[in-house]
Design a protein around this ligand. Structure first.
Ligand code: 3H9
Length: 694
């Protein structure tokens, strides 16, 4: 029984016990209805406390039920039934009260929170809006703008702030249940205070318009946030029940939207990536002391990420000056975290003085549990580093490389302990970006893999397993679709047109704006590295090489595909002439591309390579690709990732696009066998995800 009712003296106790997060699945909803009835019928009970077993209060509706036929009783009705009781019910909140969980608490007649409790309405992150009265009760409790801010930001409000806002009535000072019982006893005999009976706040059109504009800028393309603002503001002047009906209609419409499906796919995919048979039940190794070799942007970012997670860090650089520079860089990154409110100034000071050691001698790494190398991307240099590490690292230490494309098997060969070697590919800036590719080489010990995943968890990052190949999952797919966009530029498209079309599709940035940000030297070096393996029919982005040769490296020189100065970056005015010359040299006659074709070619290229990445085992499942592209490459979350998008768009359409594009370039456009097979069998990438879970 996920919900039980009992009595303790004059107080009824309703307990929800539905692990892992007490979601309000059908059994909980039905149980709550019965418990409310039992409490109502229990004449000896003068008030009740509602508590949750386990680690949290109700974390929301059961998301696994979404997309399936709804089953009664519905949550809004359950909450109405509780709110309508004639005797007060006190919600005793610990852990996280989220979504339907907070809505349930707001339907109770008083709320008390454990000091560590957090509350929020995160439905918009799932493509929904609060659908069990949250749009009606939250503004009545805390006011219009705080409610809209909470709903559109989806943030978790700490208990102390919730008390200030009026979202809860008291903070527990001792044992939560005992304090809640005391509160219930103090309310016994009083008429229940129903949130629905509170007056709705007045409209604030200017503040609402400003918030709406800010949300649209922050989350272009998303529909949940704007719809939530509409429902809240449109219902301010109507009776509560009419507002509830407006909320329900909007909630059900969003439930049917592709964005809801995509965002919920992203939610579950991010939790499924760590679910790998190879490390099931495998205990990670110790992870207290971290070593970092190299104090450039990447090494300093990794060190900062570890310090932010409370780890001990020893960073080794080549000489004292470089070590001092690394310390300064880390101090600057920690300062940024203080400014963003992520770190207290005292915590910054203690991280720098007590937990960070910088030096130049590898012997300083002798006690490290895990050592991450972040030196120059050269196999020769990395082999030397690992040979040296082999001599100093203690037995059982995990030896990790942060390479973004080099062969981790070869790096492992430089040591006498290849089982301890793994790739940990962080994304820059490493203390901010959430993605970590855990690159598993042929002989990597499963315990070492489990340790990589455990590190990600400590750093609050999302780890995705990747196999060894040039570029692993993300960079391999990126370099493939880069080739498709570069080919369009050679054939006549303007870089800024491509950037705009892909930004309109939802990418955080277009590929040429990204090039400018990373530096055009990076791409040029990659092309030089791969030049020996180049096929005669590969198309080279000569225009990017020309910019590089003339010293236009992007943002760092103020000029690349765009020109950077005051205000918004402008397209480089010399680029059209440069492109004309390049095309003339290559004997190409430029043609026009429309945005639709730009998106179709880019997405077909991405999905095709992603299918190969899945087929050859570089990614364990299609969902792993989605998580990588969503968290490391600015793919729009509301489209769920390239594989989810491909399923929704139609694999047959993508395959027929590829075949059509191959009519003019059958070297680049070769359909991935997995894509062909899925289309022939009428299956989707989602089927592969499901099979891997069964
Ligand atoms: C809603 O409420 C709509 C209403 O307004 C209207 C309804 C009519 N359902 O994240 P974790 C699973 S929309 C089902 O690893 P943590 C999760 O998949 C909902 N399952 O733990 C995982 O399973 P597994 C609004 C759920 O400690 C396990 O629980 N609520 C749900 O890092 C542990 O999760 C939200 O959006 C769920 N609602 O974080 C809250 N939630 O072990 C979503 C979790 O098999 N949840 N699971 O992989 C969260 O934000 C985090 O899970 C939470 C715990 C903060 C609660």
């Amino acid at each position: 029984m996920p919900v039980t009712y009992r009595r303790d003296g004059a107080i009824g106790v309703i307990t929800i016990d539905n692990p892992p997060v007490n979601a309000t699945g059908q059994a909980v909803r039905a149980g709550l209805m019965l418990a409310a009835r039992d409490f109502a019928a229990d004449d000896a009970a003068e008030a009740a406390v509602m508590i949750c077993a386990g680690r949290t209060w109700v974390a929301g509706a059961d998301i696994t039920e979404f997309g399936k036929p709804p089953r009664e009783p519905f949550l809004p009705d359950v909450i109405t039934a509780i709110e309508s009781l004639d005797k007060p019910v006190v919600a005793a909140i610990h852990g996280t009260a989220l979504g339907g969980g907070l809505e349930l608490a707001m339907g109770c007649h008083a709320r008390i929170g454990a000091p560590g409790a957090r509350m929020g309405l995160p439905e918009v992150t799932l493509g929904l809006l609060p659908g069990a009265g949250g749009t009606q009760r939250l503004p009545r409790l805390i006011g219009l703008m705080p409610a809209l801010e909470a709903i559109t930001s989806a943030r978790q409000i700490p208990a102390a702030e919730a008390l200030d806002l009026g979202l809860i009535d008291a903070l527990a000072t001792g044992d939560l249940t005992a304090d809640a019982m005391a509160l219930a006893r103090s309310l016994a005999g009083q008429a229940p205070r129903r949130t629905r009976d509170l007056p709705a706040p007045g409209d604030q059109p200017d503040a609402v318009a400003a918030l709406r504009a800010a949300v649209a800028r922050r989350l272009p393309g998303r529909i949940g946030e704007g719809t939530a603002i509409d429902v809240v503001t449109d219902s301010l002047a109507v009776p509560f029940d009419q507002g509830m009906a407006m909320e329900r209609a909007a909630f059900l419409a969003l439930m049917d939207s592709p964005q809801r499906a995509a965002l919920i796919h992203a939610f579950f995919a991010e939790r499924a990536v760590g679910n790998l048979p190879a490390i099931k039940g495998v205990a990670p190794r110790d992870l207290e002391r971290i070593g970092v070799i190299g104090g450039g942007t990447m090494g300093a970012g990794i060190a900062t990420a570890c310090l932010l997670a409370g780890q001990q860090v020893t960073l080794i650089e080549r000489d004292d000056a470089a070590a001092a520079r690394a310390r300064d860089t880390i101090a600057g990154m920690l300062e940024g975290a203080v400014k963003r409110g992520k770190l207290k100034p005292e915590a910054r000071d203690s991280a720098l003085s007590d937990r960070l050691t910088t030096g130049t001698d590898y012997a300083g790494l002798a006690q490290a549990d895990l050592i991450i190398e972040a030196v120059f991307e050269s196999m020769e240099v990395k082999e030397q580093v690992f040979a040296q590490l082999d001599r100093v690292a203690k037995p059982g230490a995990v030896l990790a490389t942060n390479t973004s494309y080099l062969d981790v098997n070869r790096i492992a060969d430089a040591t006498g302990r290849p089982g301890d070697v793994i790739g940990l590919h962080f994304f820059s800036p490493a203390h901010v970006m959430r993605l970590l590719e855990v690159v598993v080489a042929d002989r990597t010990d499963p315990q070492v893999v489990a340790t990589g995943f455990a590190l990600a968890k400590r750093l609050k990052k999302i780890a995705v397993r990747a196999g060894v190949c040039d570029g692993f999952i993300g960079n391999r797919i990126l370099s493939h679709y880069r080739a498709a966009v570069d080919a369009m530029v050679l054939d006549g498209a303007a870089p800024q047109q491509i950037d705009r079309a892909l930004a309109d599709f939802g990418f955080a940035m277009g590929p040429y704006a990204v090039s400018d940000l990373a530096g055009l030297d990076i791409g040029a070096m990659t092309r030089q590295r791969k030049a020996a393996d180049r096929h005669p029919r590969d198309r080279v982005p000569v225009f990017a090489d020309r910019l590089y040769e003339q010293g236009d490296l992007g943002r760092k020189t103020g000029r690349g595909f765009y020109v950077y100065g005051e205000g918004k970056p402008q397209p480089n005015p010399d680029l059209p002439a440069l492109l004309d010359r390049v095309r003339a040299d290559l004997g190409l006659t430029p043609r026009a591309f429309d945005d639709e074709e730009i998106v179709a070619r880019t997405m077909a290229a991405m999905v095709n390579e992603a299918a190969r990445v899945v087929e050859d085992g570089t990614a364990a499942r299609p969902l792993d690709v989605d998580v990588v592209m969503l968290n490391g490459y600015g793919f729009p979350r509301w489209r769920g990732g390239p594989m989810h998008w491909a399923d929704a768009h139609g694999l047959d359409r993508i395959l027929s696009d590829i075949r059509r594009f191959a009519e003019t370039d059958d070297h680049y456009w070769q359909p991935a066998p997995l894509l062909e097979r899925l289309v022939a069998e009428g299956r989707r990438f989602a089927d592969l995800n499901k099979e891997s879970q069964s």
